[in-house]
Design a protein around this ligand. Structure first.
Ligand SMILES: [Zn+2]
Ligand SMILES: [Zn+2]
Length: 388
């Protein structure tokens, strides 16, 4: 017995029941036949053994309401199982149902060699079908997330609402109104492709316009998806944004993408992170930056100033006498903490502040300073260079 026999075999006929026999009738017919042909009652009788296997395999399918339903659906596609292999593997609107469900597990009943698992390989020539039945990894999904500056430094868990393409739940992806099934495209006989003449003796395959390559046409479309068989599903997930993420960084979260098909793994989720700017702090690699105003007397005479940190108490920074405007001081370990434990620094840049208004006392003090430094001309070198 080859598995190819099964493709054309009528399980109802094997059991001697009509196509619309009740589950009870099928069971009775099976029991009667199984008893009559049981190998125990026919020791050494090869023919009886074969008959028994045939009966058991038939009952394994039509005796199981789920499998029977699928088997019946298969048979309504006319001409056998052809459409499933000739359609585009994995493309278009997807399969109306999972063929591997039916044929993968149906061999149990009577043994009979490879049973149904081999069936498709034999009948449909292998490769393509196997590929179509193989588990398929879910799609990758991409989304955006905007987080605060502080969250970008410390890491944060965000709720992300994801929508993805999924089989329409109302028609299970067939595109046909509930209770109906798509039929084989009469234009391309389910192939999904046409041989179109392109002049002379040459022909080219083109996608069948009637079914757009699907190999199936829907007469009575599913009202939910209008026959497309696909719908949007949306879900909310919690995603961990790691500490130290930068604005514009793309984060990959493994296995958080769309679900796989036929037991395939989930795809990945890519999150494009936008970081809102902070009013005080900036970032340069693993270092935080902050600009602090100092007065010109602090710059000239030196000072100890308090500088804020992002997450902790302020730190004291020593400004030495004679500090020019724009000089940057480094406070170690007050920057961004990396995953490996390395900590960046806080870079403090001073901005010498010139008062817009001076009261009388202050004005006199500055005048006294001017008198005390009257001998030096800051621009002497500059002017000497420019004169030439
Ligand atoms: Zn077609
Ligand atoms: Zn639908």
């Amino acid at each position: 017995m080859t598995s190819a026999d099964w493709a054309t075999k009528d399980f109802y006929k094997v059991l001697g029941v009509s196509k619309d026999a009740s589950a009870d009738d099928i069971k009775k017919a099976y029991r009667k036949l199984a008893r009559a042909n049981h190998p125990d009652s026919h020791p050494g009788d090869k023919a009886a053994e074969e008959r028994f296997k045939t009966i058991a395999e038939a009952y394994d399918v039509v005796g199981d309401p789920e499998k029977r339903k699928k088997y019946d659906e298969l048979r309504t596609y006319g001409g056998g199982f052809g459409p499933f292999t000739t359609g585009r593997p994995g493309g278009g609107g997807g399969q109306p149902f999972d063929v591997s469900d039916l044929f993968g597990g149906a061999a149990g009943g009577g043994g009979g060699g490879g049973g149904f698992s081999d069936l498709f390989g034999t009948v449909f020539g292998g490769g393509r079908t196997r590929q179509q039945q193989a588990p398929r990894r879910g799609a990758d999904i991409e989304t955006d997330a905007t987080i605060s500056f502080l969250d970008s430094i410390e890491g944060v868990t965000v709720s992300l609402r994801l929508s993805s393409d999924a089989p329409c739940p109302d028609c299970n992806g067939t595109g046909a109104r509930s209770g109906t099934v798509p039929r084989v495209c009469p234009e391309c006989d389910g192939v999904g492709m046409h041989a179109a003449s392109v002049g002379g003796a040459f022909t080219m395959n083109e996608t069948c316009p009637a079914c757009r390559g699907r190999g199936l046409v829907v007469d009575d479309p599913c009202p939910s998806c209008h026959g497309a068989g696909r719908g949007k599903s949306s879900r909310t997930i919690q995603a961990r944004i790691p500490a130290g993420v930068k604005d514009g960084q793309r984060i990959r979260l493994r296995g958080k993408g769309a679900g796989g098909e036929r037991g395939g793994p989930h795809g990945d989720l890519y999150v494009n992170v936008k970081v809102s700017p902070h009013p005080v702090f900036g970032r340069k690699s693993d270092n935080l930056t902050v600009t602090v105003p100092i007065s010109f007397d602090e710059a000239a005479l030196g000072a100890e100033i308090k500088v804020p940190t992002l997450t902790g108490a302020p730190v004291t920074v020593k400004i030495p006498p004679g500090t020019p405007n724009g000089r940057t001081f480094r406070v170690r370990g007050k920057g961004v903490q990396r995953k490996d434990g390395h900590k960046g620094d806080l870079l403090v840049t001073v901005d010498v502040h010139v008062p817009a208004v001076l009261d009388e006392t202050a004005r006199e003090a500055v005048q006294a300073y001017r008198d005390a430094t009257a001998g030096s001309d800051l621009r002497a070198n500059l002017l000497a260079g420019g004169a030439r």
